[in-house]
Design a protein around this ligand. Structure first.
Ligand code: 13P
Ligand code: SF4
Length: 332
């Protein structure tokens, strides 16, 4: 990959200031204030499965990246409060530009997005003329704008199958998802070397130990996990499909190899089952996404009260990023 060059897009507006937590009246009941502000401002609260439990419980809709994109596109609420990471809130703004989109913490990024700067991505594409670029939704608006089709873990398989076999596929930025698709579909792909810092940490040794401890337990894993984890999985899929599997497949005990926030919905939907989070290799809390967990009830309250931080995109960039997202929605 050659090094860079000219900026792919003009500079974005400056990053918003950090939320001022000291401005919150400590006597407030935030679990009552948040719904009140939502009603008062005609706001919809969309949350990803990796959000903390209290945020999931206040949301109008909890979902995976694809379902959240569809909800964001369809809403006629005046404000979309997006409890997820920044690329998800940006996607909401790209698809529904007339809504104000706010998020609790603007610094809620993603290691996959960080691995793929737009200038380097642009250079990579230039080295593969004629290739189709399929890009995972976990990337910046600028990288979306430079891509042909966006995919999520829910629809990637279907979209890869739609590409004529003679076409080279460039897949960015998650190399594990790319390798999983490539192996499953027998389709060679050129992969960007990005990874998710959460899904990369799960321990194969722990899965083997847990399976021995819980005979008959079934393993559900997200395709952002490395092959060493996926080869133990009975089911591989997006967060929504992991949720469906663990709550409906015949079985009693499920080992969950994705961010453990999703277990909250599993317990709500099928409380009589056992869900065991697969631990990471090193005894840390690395199966919690540090970006997702930047969002807290306090910051959610502030973003609704103050209507910031807000996602603001230059129109040229937004329109260019919308094209491959609409392509994705058509093909899904
Ligand atoms: P899903 O599309 O499966 O919700 O994945 C989003 C994500 O960031 C997983 O780490
Ligand atoms: Fe990004 Fe991984 Fe966090 Fe998902 S879990 S938002 S891929 S860092």
């Amino acid at each position: 990959m050659s090094s860079v060059q000219t900026p792919a897009f003009p500079t974005l507006p400056p990053r918003p200031a950090a939320p001022d937590l000291s401005s919150i009246d400590p006597r407030l009941d935030l679990e009552a204030e948040i719904p009140r502000l939502k009603r008062q401002k005609n706001a919809v609260l969309l949350a990803h499965y990796y959000q903390e439990e209290a945020i999931q419980d206040l949301a109008d809709f909890v979902g995976d990246s694809l379902d959240l994109s569809r909800k964001a596109q369809a809403t006629d609420a005046a404000i979309i409060a997006f409890a997820g990471v920044r690329f998800m809130a940006e996607t909401a703004k790209i698809l529904n530009p007339n809504r104000k989109v706010v998020l609790p913490d603007y610094e809620a990024g993603c290691s996959l997005e960080d691995s793929c700067p737009p200038e380097a991505f642009k250079a990579w594409r230039a080295e593969h003329p004629g290739a189709v670029s399929l890009t995972y939704i976990n990337c910046s608006a600028a990288v979306k704008a430079l891509s042909d089709i966006i995919v999520t873990s829910s629809n990637a398989e279907k979209i890869v199958r739609s590409i004529p076999p003679e076409k080279e596929i460039l897949f960015a930025p998650d190399r594990h998802l790319g390798a999983f698709l490539s192996k499953k579909l027998g389709r060679p792909m050129t992969l960007w070397p990005g990874t998710c810092i959460v899904h990369e940490q799960f321990s194969e040794r722990e899965i083997v130990r847990l399976k021995a401890q819980h005979p008959g337990a079934l393993v559900a894993a997200h395709p952002e996990c490395p092959e060493a984890i996926l080869r133990h999985a009975d089911h591989v899929g997006s967060t929504r499909s992991i949720l469906n599997y663990a709550t409906t497949a015949p079985g009693k005990t499920f080992l969950i190899a994705t961010e453990e926030g999703i277990i909250h919905q599993m317990r709500k939907l099928a409380p009589d089952r056992e869900y065991i989070p697969v631990p990471p290799d090193n005894g840390c809390q690395c199966n919690e996404c540090p970006f997702m967990k930047l969002n807290t009830l306090e910051k959610l309250y502030l973003c609704l009260r103050d209507e910031r931080p807000e996602i603001v995109l230059l129109e040229d960039l937004r329109a260019a990023a919308e094209r491959p997202l609409l392509r994705m929605l058509e093909l899904s």
